[in-house]
Design a binder for this molecule. Structure first.
Ligand code: DHB
Ligand code: MG
Length: 239
């Protein structure tokens, strides 16, 4: 893996797995914008703390990105959301809060111990009634989901080598007009660097090569710079 372990400028005791060092200027900027736009939230903060205490890697989406995902889901009136890669459930909580009381978030997680942490976080956040965690390899789990119960939105944020597999499953499960977002498609620029070739960048390149030929989706990459480094979302509209 091409991650470097580094320290967070404002939380030096916390080890951060990330693709590039956080620039203090970016961190200050994140904090500045969040101070206007993202109120402090006990359940979200607790989900990160509880995840950290249980040894989960700090590779959750950043707050500003979580809120963007939440707003996008609300913007299309999403009632059913599919997530691949639960981790501690931080983004899942953002999604669960975007769907109505009778909505549902189905989230796939490989590791039972991660899923346990996430379920605990959903209970604390008061969203457990809207979230179903499916444990196991997502490539297998997704195949078991029926294609007649469509999702409005899918978020893919799991092992990068399987991006294309997850994307094709998401297409099977998302309605026409729905959105599929894939996290970590820039990876500090490594995806575009011909000198770098690992399973993560290959997983992103395979997905991009597929989408180039896939006439059923239209897509773009939007870079995300945050305290988590330089990365990006792939945003795909299922036509
Ligand atoms: C990694 C995974 C992620 O989903 C992310 O947002 C950042 C890093 C990783 O596996 O290194
Ligand atoms: Mg990610």
């Amino acid at each position: 893996m091409s991650n470097t372990e580094t320290t967070h400028p404002q939380h030096p005791h916390r080890r951060f797995a990330m693709l590039s060092k956080p620039d203090p200027n970016w961190v200050r900027s994140d904090d500045f914008h969040a101070s206007f736009l993202i109120p402090k939230d006990d359940a979200l903060e607790r989900s990160l703390k509880y995840s950290d205490e249980n040894g989960l890697p700090e590779i959750n989406v950043h707050a500003g990105q979580g809120k963007l995902l939440h707003l996008l889901a609300r913007s299309i009136g999403a009632k059913r959301i599919l997530e691949v890669g639960t981790l501690g459930g931080y983004s899942t909580i953002w999604f669960a809060r975007a769907v109505p009381e009778d909505g549902q978030v189905i989230t796939c997680e490989l590791k039972e111990n991660f899923a346990e942490v996430a379920r605990n976080n959903f209970e604390y956040a008061g969203v457990a009634n809207k979230v179903k965690v499916l444990v196991g390899p997502a490539a297998e789990t997704l195949q078991t989901l029926p294609s007649d119960e469509k999702f409005d939105f899918a978020f893919i944020d799991a092992d990068k080598a399987s991006n294309l597999t997850y994307f094709l499953q998401a297409k099977r499960l998302v309605r026409r007009g729905g959105i599929i977002i894939v996290d970590n498609v820039i990876r500090n620029g490594t995806v575009a660097n011909p000198d770098i070739d690992d399973e993560n960048v290959r997983g992103v390149r395979n997905l991009l090569a597929h989408i180039k030929e896939d006439k059923e989706v239209d897509a773009t990459t939007i870079g995300t710079v945050s305290e988590k480094g330089y990365d990006g979302f792939l945003y795909a509209l299922y036509l």
